[in-house]
Design a protein around this ligand. Structure first.
Ligand SMILES: [Zn+2]
Length: 390
């Protein structure tokens, strides 16, 4: 049995740590979340919801029952019982049913909670959610950034370093959008031995649950279009967005899935109408640690994600608007090569986004650069040669 103690806080000059000790036999450890001290009044410390989410997963991974000392929001607890645990047991053959005990469920509502949040990672999904909700009744008014696995699923010093570098970039966007930014660091990735692709919804939304004092709803960007959702026992977390967002919602904090009815190309079309993206869009796979990164621009303009996005912006007639973030001259020089890459990604790698691009071209009657077929064949031959050499 895992015993989870009460949550407590530690403050220093700039930050507040919200922590909780737990024991499992002789093993003792602490799960913590850390945010700026100025966010203190946004925290909902009367429940242990964030700890509940992560430590129930921890208990499932370790195949052991768990008990909580502090109250858990009733709706969240029921969401776990009704949706999340059955889904996790269905999708992961290593999990077995566990017993979750508690000292009481909380029905508390947070009357001050009026904000609507979403994550800002500078990519297409984040900007789509912000752009799509502009001028709607659900306009995003708070941005978030969490160190919960996106910078390294096992956490540690490397992930923390990238997280702090990313904060600097996201702060610029938040200032430009005139929105507050809430950041949370945590050691949850160091504790939780559960792959990020299967657990990112829990990791990220656990951080949001700390702030029930301000959030009434929070948009979580969908990984897939509804028509591409495949529910099997090997599906990753993105396939269960609708189930997980419903199951993780708390008494008055509702999680919603964003972008479920737009494919990547349609999302790119929406963000290209928002001029704030022209100088901030960052889709690049290459981190700032990598020597290949351009010193002038935040995207390398060479990796798979950059190529896919640049080709999409080209087809939409928007590529020139993104000169600050992509090397458009380099793109124009290599245009046929890039279309060859998309052809290869579509035919050989069955890449979903490459397929969307090809379908759009067909629909609109766009002609591919003639030489793109040469680059397709060249790339396929190089792949075969590499395979033979191995
Ligand atoms: Zn790149």
């Amino acid at each position: 049995m895992i015993y989870v103690g009460s949550i407590y806080t530690i403050k220093d000059q700039n930050e507040i740590t919200i922590a909780c000790d737990f024991t499992h036999g002789d093993y003792r450890d602490t799960l913590w979340f850390k945010t700026d001290l100025e966010n203190e009044n946004k925290l909902s410390l009367n429940n242990c919801d964030s700890f509940f989410v992560i430590l129930v997963l921890y208990a499932l991974v370790n195949k052991v029952d768990i008990t909580f000392k502090d109250p858990i929001s009733q709706r969240l607890f029921m969401g776990f019982e009704d949706y999340i645990l059955p889904t996790l047991l269905y999708t992961n053959k290593n999990f077995i049913p566990i017993k979750i005990s508690h000292n009481g469920l909380s029905k508390e509502l947070y009357s001050e909670a009026n904000s609507i949040g979403t994550a800002m990672s500078l990519g297409v999904d984040s900007f789509f959610t912000v752009s799509d909700k502009l001028n709607s009744i659900d306009t995003i008014d708070v941005l978030t950034l969490f160190n919960a696995g996106a910078f390294g699923e096992k956490g540690g010093t490397g992930a923390r370093k990238l997280f702090h570098e990313m904060i600097k970039e996201v702060e610029k966007v938040a200032a430009d959008l005139n929105l507050p930014l809430i950041t949370v660091d945590s050691n949850l990735s160091e504790l939780l031995d559960f792959k990020f692709i299967y657990s990112h919804t829990f990791r990220n939304l656990a951080c949001v649950l700390l702030f029930q004092n301000i959030f009434k709803s929070y948009y979580y960007s969908a990984a897939y279009h509804l028509k591409d959702l495949k529910i099997t026992n090997q599906s990753t977390a993105g396939s269960f967005d609708l189930v997980y967002t419903a199951g993780l919602s708390s008494n008055n904090l509702i999680f919603k899935s964003s972008g479920l009815f737009h494919n990547r190309l349609e999302k790119t079309k929406v963000i290209a109408l928002n001029e704030k993206t022209f100088s901030h869009l960052n889709v690049c796979l290459i981190t700032t640690d990598n020597k290949n990164i351009s010193e002038e621009r935040i995207n390398c303009s060479k990796c798979k994600k950059c190529v896919r996005t640049m080709v999409t912006l080209d087809l939409l007639g928007k590529i020139n608007l993104y000169r600050d973030v992509f090397d458009v001259e380099y793109y124009q020089q290599k245009r046929a090569n890039h279309f060859g890459d998309i052809l290869y990604m579509n035919y050989h790698m069955k890449d979903l986004y490459a397929k969307e691009i090809m379908e759009y071209m067909q629909l609109k009657g766009y002609k591919k650069p003639f030489l793109s077929y040469y680059y397709l064949i060249r790339r396929a031959c190089l792949a075969i040669i590499r395979k033979i050499k191995r």
